[in-house]
Design a protein around this ligand. Structure first.
Ligand SMILES: [Mg+2]
Length: 238
């Protein structure tokens, strides 16, 4: 398989994709599943319709919503795992009714990245692992990534970076430095996480955050979407 012209063979890069708003949109299924799981586990779903989910870690979403609804801290902590498990069960059922929609250009970009020797594609997401798997299996993308770092691997998104570096070695057999990583995401939180890691950051405005805000957050490259594979590769490889 020939490498695209202009792409250097043997490029050592760890490309870390966010999921929601970047690779796909799960539609209303995620918010609906969160609302019903929180209601059944805590007796309230809080202001789930007013909450900004983008860029947030799943366990933090639970904590934020339940704290704002007046649920006691120890109750939030004691039931969080149950709430997240129930959320994923219902998400899976919801996505069976209506599959996630892929963002433009995603399969072609993943195909192109796969052909670059030395490049590894992985996941860096706020989803808990099972939630990520449910979404990506429904979208036909689960098998495309070497490993993942998940929303319950740290208490905030910026703290996920060191987990990436620690997990990359056993998962890929190679050690990566932060400067060899590229974070691809759609939120200010993705940008902040990538910058904290010392990574290159490529932001796409296929989520809920507009290009100027992503640029202002410090992304090295911003794209309307990933539909132009050559442009996306150039943005990723820097
Ligand atoms: Mg996102």
């Amino acid at each position: 398989m020939s490498v695209m012209p202009g792409v250097v063979a043997g490029t050592k890069r760890l490309v870390l994709f966010d999921i929601d708003g970047t690779l796909l949109s799960a539609g209303p299924a995620a918010r609906t599943a969160f609302a019903s799981a929180l209601h059944d586990v805590y007796g309230t779903s809080g202001d789930v319709d007013g909450y900004a989910f983008e860029g947030r870690l799943d366990p933090v979403i639970v904590t934020d919503l339940m704290r704002a609804a007046g649920v006691a801290e120890e109750t939030i902590a004691a039931r969080r795992a149950d709430a997240l498990a129930l959320y994923v069960d219902r998400l899976e059922a919801g996505l069976r009714e209506r599959a996630p929609s892929l963002k433009p250009g995603v399969p072609a970009l993943l195909d192109a990245l796969e052909k670059i020797p030395g490049l590894v594609a992985a996941l860096l997401t706020g989803n808990v692992e099972r939630g990520a798997r449910v979404k990506l299996l429904a979208a036909g993308l689960w098998h495309r990534f070497a490993f993942g770092v998940w929303g319950d691997d740290a208490s905030c998104r910026e703290a996920l970076g060191p987990v990436v570096l620690a997990r990359a070695r056993p998962a890929t057999g190679r050690a990566f430095a932060g400067s060899e990583c590229v974070v691809v995401g759609d939120s200010r939180q993705d940008v902040a996480c990538g910058l904290a890691l010392g990574a290159r950051v490529v932001a796409v405005s296929t989520g809920r955050t507009a290009l100027p805000a992503l640029q202002a957050a410090g992304a090295h490259a911003v794209l309307v979407d990933l539909s132009d594979t050559r442009q996306a590769l150039e943005a990723i490889l820097g």
